[in-house]
Design a protein around this ligand. Structure first.
Ligand code: VAH
Length: 317
């Protein structure tokens, strides 16, 4: 059967690259991108303006395209969410419930919704954080993702909706700007290393966080969505990671390419407290076992890719 895919929140860091990957896989006309405003660059396929909180408008999209797959990526991330907690809760939760409801009504085959390692908190195991453990998130973003995971599992068990989810760690990419998260330093640092030769990091030198290069994240998302439903043992959200590093380690990796690069550290940024409540590393054994997760990019390979592509961008702009 011809796939009809809707991506909600396609202008963001994940959506930009997921749209390209899905259009490559299913054809440009089969993938409808949508967001609250027009994308910065012309869409390579059908695009719709939508607000995930406007259920009627959202329903008109489901009516028009009768989607077989829906990817809900619209969200307020950790740092921005702390500046506007009610908006973060409303958009992240009501948005998800609107999409889950409509996906049941329109018998959507598969739904994807991103969770985050932000669901863990200060009492979660810090190293190799397991799939199941104490989760006491301290940000609105984290608790909205924790609640969202429970709703996804509920809609699977109660309505048989095949909704699938990944707890993304910090995502590193060069194609689209990050969306106001705590791990954004690991992207800003590359831009500043190449443009200024120096970067003031808002996290401390030894703040170790789980991360993932975007190419791995996109491939992993497609792998999960292609996996036979009967293989999936997790219907809340899968732990996933590719690597873990500290700002000091990332700076050393960058210096291999930008020898003159220097890093300094501000010590009063509110994002430090957010990062301190998150895992340093993640155990993603369930993803490896259930659907063959196998990330390709380590710190060296990711740094090479980021520097190479950002340098090309600087030369062509
Ligand atoms: C954030 N980039 O920093 C997101 C992510 C694990 C971090 O969820 O909020």
């Amino acid at each position: 059967m011809e796939e009809s895919i809707i991506i909600i929140g396609s202008n963001g860091q994940i959506g930009t690259e997921l749209a390209t990957a899905l259009r490559l896989k299913y054809g440009e006309k089969s993938v409808v991108t949508s967001d609250i405003r027009q994308p910065n660059t012309p869409s390579q396929g059908p695009f719709e303006i939508v607000n995930v909180l406007d259920k009627e408008l959202l329903q008109s999209l489901f009516e028009k395209y009768k989607p077989t797959q829906v990817y809900l990526l619209a969200a307020v991330l950790s740092a921005v969410g702390e500046q506007n907690p009610k908006l973060a809760w409303d958009l992240n939760m009501t948005g998800l419930l609107n999409v889950l409801d409509l996906s049941v009504t329109y018998r959507v085959d598969k739904v994807f919704w991103p969770s985050s390692i932000a669901v863990f908190g200060p009492h979660s195991p810090k190293e190799e954080t397991p799939q199941y453990c104490i989760m006491d998130p301290s940000t609105v973003y984290g608790l909205s993702k924790q609640a969202g995971e429970r709703w996804c599992e509920y809609y699977f068990n109660k309505y048989g909706l095949d909704v699938r989810s990944i707890r993304y760690p910090g995502l590193i990419s060069w194609k689209a700007a990050p969306g106001g998260g705590t791990t954004d330093y690991a992207i800003h640092i590359f831009h500043e290393a190449l443009s200024k030769g120096t970067y003031e990091c808002f996290l401390s030198a030894e703040t170790r966080l789980p991360m993932l290069y975007m190419e791995d994240a996109i491939q992993g998302t497609l792998q999960l969505m292609d996996a036979p439903a009967e293989n999936l043992t997790i219907r809340s959200s899968y732990n996933l990671t590719g690597l873990s590093f500290t700002p000091a380690e990332l700076a050393e990796a960058i210096k291999v390419h930008v020898p003159e690069f220097s890093i300094s550290y501000s010590n009063n940024d509110p994002r430090q407290a957010i990062a301190d409540g998150w895992p340093s590393s993640i155990n993603d054994e369930y993803a490896r076992k259930d659907w063959g997760w196998n990330p390709q990019f380590n710190l060296k390979a990711m740094t090479e890719e980021m520097i190479k592509n950002l340098k090309q961008n600087l030369e062509t702009t």
